[in-house]
Design a protein. Structure first.
Length: 347
């Protein structure tokens, strides 16, 4: 018997094959045997193989449905995603199933709470800001994990004056960062010719534009700059870094720059270093990180008791409600009702 299929075998093809094998069994009048000492015919073994493949295919389809847009899920809670936790007692970067809990805090009260399956914080800023629309908030403050061109652009288009700490804000102050000749930030830029000058004075010119999309579908245009005079450069080993199968002698210096993101980051640097920006970032550290500290340490909440995203979200919201009640009581007792920001004392 011949049976033709394409490059990929689908479940419907396996079902057709099983049907033909069963028909062949009935035609020959064969009785399938089971148990030890029984000799199975080649037809029975073929039927069992097809049924095993069908069982596997059903399991794989179920897994793919549970994956969604993720790369992993837990069998004990299919909505949970494997993530690297801060509590890594073995110091080996072990992955554990969990959720990404996001809080929005105003005047020390939790005004929005969200449970996300995303491992990266940058993918969660827009969803939580969407829940705050219409509440009058126009200056969201976030840490470096929320920085991305997509988030910057969304804030600009929705009238939000965001204060997001750039990921290189602290690192850029170090001596090692400033002395790295391979970094774009340490190269002079020629706006007229749209090129950078390397450590030896050679131009790194714009070669082409590369268009990509983020996970959410946001279009990103990256300009690729390349240097044509790297062959005999004595600083090549210090300038060109990163792993590549191409030998260093055959490589040339490339820079990947999103001009939109570069402009947005420069504006953000100036904004967060203003007097208002410093005050708001200090309060983000006090209020948001303080809220997580109270939930985890003071209230002893280290893991969710429920399974499933909806139930976990409900559990988290109940916990936040309890936090807000405690905060209101503490503010009344200390006479701090109506205070929104902590003003740091002058040293």
């Amino acid at each position: 018997m011949r049976f033709y299929v394409g490059q990929t075998i689908k479940a419907k093809d396996l079902k057709k094959l099983r049907k033909r094998l069963k028909a062949l069994q009935a035609e020959r009048g064969l009785v399938f045997v089971h148990g030890k000492g029984q000799r199975k015919t080649s037809l029975q073994r073929a039927v069992q193989t097809v049924e095993e493949y069908l069982c596997r295919q059903k399991k794989y389809n179920d897994y793919n449905h549970s994956f969604g847009e993720r790369n992993s899920f837990s069998k004990t809670d299919r909505d949970a995603t494997f993530m690297r936790m801060k509590e890594d007692h073995m110091k080996n970067g072990q992955l554990k199933p969990g959720y990404n809990a996001i809080l929005a805090v105003d005047a020390e009260y939790i005004v929005a709470a969200m449970i996300s399956q995303e491992r990266s914080d940058s993918q969660t800023l827009i969803p939580i800001l969407e829940t705050l629309k219409g509440m009058g908030y126009t200056k969201p403050v976030a840490d470096a994990g929320f920085e991305s061109e997509e988030n910057y652009t969304w804030c600009e288009e929705n009238g939000q004056i965001a204060l997001i700490k750039p990921t290189n804000h602290d690192k850029a102050k170090t001596r090692k960062y400033k002395s790295d000749i391979g970094r774009r930030e340490n190269m002079p830029y020629d706006a007229k010719n749209d090129s950078y000058l390397c450590h030896r004075g050679h131009p790194i010119q714009a070669a082409y534009e590369k268009k990509t999309k983020s996970k959410a579908g946001y279009p990103i245009v990256t300009t690729v700059y390349t240097c044509a005079e790297c062959a005999a450069c004595p600083h090549k080993a210090q300038c060109i870094k990163g792993k590549s199968k191409t030998p260093l002698e055959e490589r040339s210096k490339n820079l990947y720059v999103s001009k939109t993101f570069l402009r947005q980051r420069e504006e953000m640097q100036a904004r967060i270093q203003s007097k208002e920006g410093i005050l708001l970032r200090i309060n983000r550290s006090i209020q948001v990180e303080g809220a997580f500290g109270v939930l985890k340490q003071d209230m002893g909440f280290r893991r969710f008791l429920m399974r499933g995203r909806v139930k976990v979200q409900t559990e988290f919201l109940l916990l936040c409600m309890g936090y807000n009640l405690n905060k209101l009581h503490n503010k009344i007792q200390s006479g701090r009702c109506g205070t929104y920001l902590h003003i740091p004392k002058a040293s």
